[in-house]
Ligand binder design. Structure first.
Ligand code: GRF
Length: 204
């Protein structure tokens, strides 16, 4: 089987990107990060890509007349690098139809909550303030609505009595790295089948 070519979009520190790079390098997933695209000039994710010898691009929204034009720019980079699956890893923008239609059912995201609870920003803080006993993370396909596409995998962590946002976030992040990689592997193996809102995981 050929290695799945991944395009990772990131805005920030890039620990999920790093987990994917490490899993690809060690052969834990049959995939390779073909290209990294960042929408912030100082994103640490760019440095991680460079260190791993992966082509990386900064695409500046301000340099384009519209968000759609900006995304056409991103799509052309991803296409040039033969990307088959787009992984959003801390990418802080809502996608337009340009990306969504070009990569229909081929974009996945990681969100630090048990969706559909706590979509949007600061999910870990939302969970803590709400007082839930369990929090977690979700890998899902990306659709028009934010943090709402069909769910591939979730992982649960406890919320401890004296948790801070930082402590809870760290506990969740560890699981993010694990399930993001696992979801990519399931996709690569052709084991994910979208049936309406539900994702069936085919047996090996
Ligand atoms: C993660 O918590 C992810 O779930 C959310 O943004 C954060 C990105 O972290 N979408 P990193 O850049 O991968 O370290």
């Amino acid at each position: 089987m050929e290695k799945l070519r991944l395009g990772v979009l990131a805005s920030g520190r890039g620990t999920n990107l790093q987990a994917i790079i490490d899993a690809a390098r060690s052969g834990r997933i049959r995939a390779e990060v073909a290209v990294v695209v960042a929408d912030r000039i100082g994103a640490r994710a760019r440095e991680r890509a460079r260190r791993a010898g992966i082509p990386e691009y900064f695409v500046d929204l301000a340099a384009y007349p519209t968000k759609e034009a900006f995304e056409h720019g991103i799509v052309s980079i991803l296409e040039r690098h033969g990307v088959e699956l787009v992984c959003l890893a801390g990418y802080m923008r809502i996608l337009t139809r340009v990306m969504l239609e070009h990569y229909r059912n081929r974009i996945i995201n990681i969100h630090p909550s048990l969706l559909p609870a706590f979509p949007g920003l600061h999910a870990q803080r939302q969970a803590l303030e709400y007082g839930v006993r369990f929090a977690g993370c979700t890998v899902h396909f990306v659709e028009e609505e934010v943090d709402a596409g069909p769910i591939i995998l979730q992982a649960v962590v406890p919320v401890l009595p004296d948790d801070t946002v930082e402590a809870l976030s760290a506990r969740i992040l560890e699981q993010e790295h694990r399930i993001y990689v696992e979801a990519i592997q399931l996709y690569q193996a052709g084991r994910l089948k979208i049936e309406g809102r539900r994702v069936r995981i085919r047996p090996e």
